[in-house]
Write a protein of this length. Sequence first.
Length: 119
Amino acid sequence: MSQFTLSVRESPPARVIDLTGYLDAHTAPQLEEAFQSLLNEQQFNIIVNFRDLAYISSAGLGVFMAFVEEVRSNSGDIKLAEMSPKVYNVFDLLGFPMLYEIYDDEQKARAKFSNEGSC
């Protein structure tokens, strides 16, 4: 099984979580901690970059569902970017494109936050 890493960086007007490797039941708690840390810091504009993520399980998907309500109730959002076709298919199969905005690249997701802020 491939290793999993994540990093969080500032990319105004959002924070970006970069994912690498395999997101499954064993590694999902790391993502939960990253989301909780952002919420504790009152950071509610979040982009998750999947560029280097090779695999996501249902446990990984569950992390997104666990935090989206709190993020949106604080006038923020979680936007998803740069998924491989394999990872996108898992999200699509479970109807996530109806719940989340998914972008081909991170710049488009960031621009969407900027446009929302200027309305």
